[in-house]
Design a protein around this ligand. Structure first.
Ligand SMILES: [Zn+2]
Length: 90
């Protein structure tokens, strides 16, 4: 069995400058640029996750507010009980 290793050039065209390095085996990029592309992808994935978490928190907050509003309309005052507890500490 013969393995032919074809030396491909790095396909990096990032900031308008072509890379003259040899690409990593099984990759289109040299070690340096492979790392840069990988980091970019990770940063983007992380930001997406942050936005998703923020949206979830926002949804929970509006759901919570809606639930509180419903309770208040039913005559329950959530603030009252909380402040009673603090007053007793004085
Ligand atoms: Zn490169």
């Amino acid at each position: 069995m013969t393995t032919t290793v074809t030396a491909t050039k790095c396909q990096w065209i990032g900031e308008g400058e072509l890379c003259s390095h040899t690409a990593l085996e099984g990759s289109s990029y040299c070690a340096e640029h492979y790392a840069r592309i990988y980091q970019k992808g990770t940063a983007r994935a992380k930001r997406k996750k942050d936005i998703r978490v923020a949206n979830t928190v926002w949804d929970l907050e509006s759901e919570f507010n809606a639930a509180v509003q419903e309770l208040i309309e039913e005559g329950y005052d959530p603030a009252d009980e909380r402040w009673d507890a603090e007053v007793e500490l004085e």
